[in-house]
Design a protein around this ligand. Sequence first.
Ligand SMILES: C[S@@+](CC[C@H](N)C(=O)[O-])C[C@H]1O[C@@H](n2cnc3c(N)ncnc32)[C@H](O)[C@@H]1O
Length: 314
Amino acid sequence: MDTIPHVPVLLAPVMQALDPARCRIVVDATYGRGGHASAIMKLLDELAELVLIDRDAEAVEHARLHWGRLENVHVIHGPFSCIGRELERRGMHGRVDAILFDFGLSSAQLDQPRRGFSFRHDGPLDMRMDNGRGQTAREWIEEVCESELARALREFGEERFSRRIARAIKQEIREGGLHTTGDLARVVCASVPGTERHKHPATRTFQAIRIAVNGELEEIERVLPMALDALVPGGRLAVISFHSLEDRLVKRFFRFQEKGDPYPPDLPVPASMLKPRLEPLGRPVRPDASEVAVNPRARSAVLRVARKVAREAS
Ligand SMILES: C[S@@+](CC[C@H](N)C(=O)[O-])C[C@H]1O[C@@H](n2cnc3c(N)ncnc32)[C@H](O)[C@@H]1O
């Protein structure tokens, strides 16, 4: 197994938000390399339970190796959208005090060329978080048509040159090329002007293909309501996003649940009838300059925290 550490992002505000010392059940739904989980574990009462989820087999192996012997730690291999079912099975549903999501990739995934996530190292064109199932990036690129590829680059990568890049990628794959991340980076670089300073021209393409291959945004949309249902009244939800597409989904979900039932805006509904299910805890938190200096990957992170309202009106 790899030994690449993952420096946990926004550790102090996450711990403050979750407040593990007061919890009976905590879920870390994106274990990674256990940076947040081990900090949680240090503060957790010995009778409290910790649920660790990751869809990446290597992350799960890491979790089992470190925590698998402990009876109060439950390690789950799967997408976090299995959270409802898995918590039901363990009799924990509706009783969870705190849930953490730290979206995106771990350093271990990004920095291992064989995982195929990085345009900085040459590796197979894979990009699956769970590399035991589903299509690899290459298989996905081969299957989608050019316009669908362009749409993914535009929507998931916010790529201005999506059509040009999609055309070049599809042509390369038809000609029998495009086997490695290096091939993909080269094709992208050759088809765009590369005008953004401090940004590799393939950054957006890699992000878009990775999001598509792993169904990342669908996963987030599915899991947020499940996580809210799984919390005990008063329980806390802490979510770290790394780009605007993720953060937009989180922000929209939090706002919707903080507002309560969606009555038409012109209906004079008293606030007591709105039944909000979440209340915000503080403002969104971003890393300060000292954290970014030590961990440049933290620079785009944003943490949002909310609490399930203590008494949901019936
Ligand atoms: C940024 S890392 C988490 C790092 C972790 N908080 C730590 O401190 O080590 C994100 C992790 O979440 C996992 N992940 C991302 N999306 C997932 C999903 N839909 N279901 C389960 N795990 C997911 C990835 O495999 C990766 O290991």
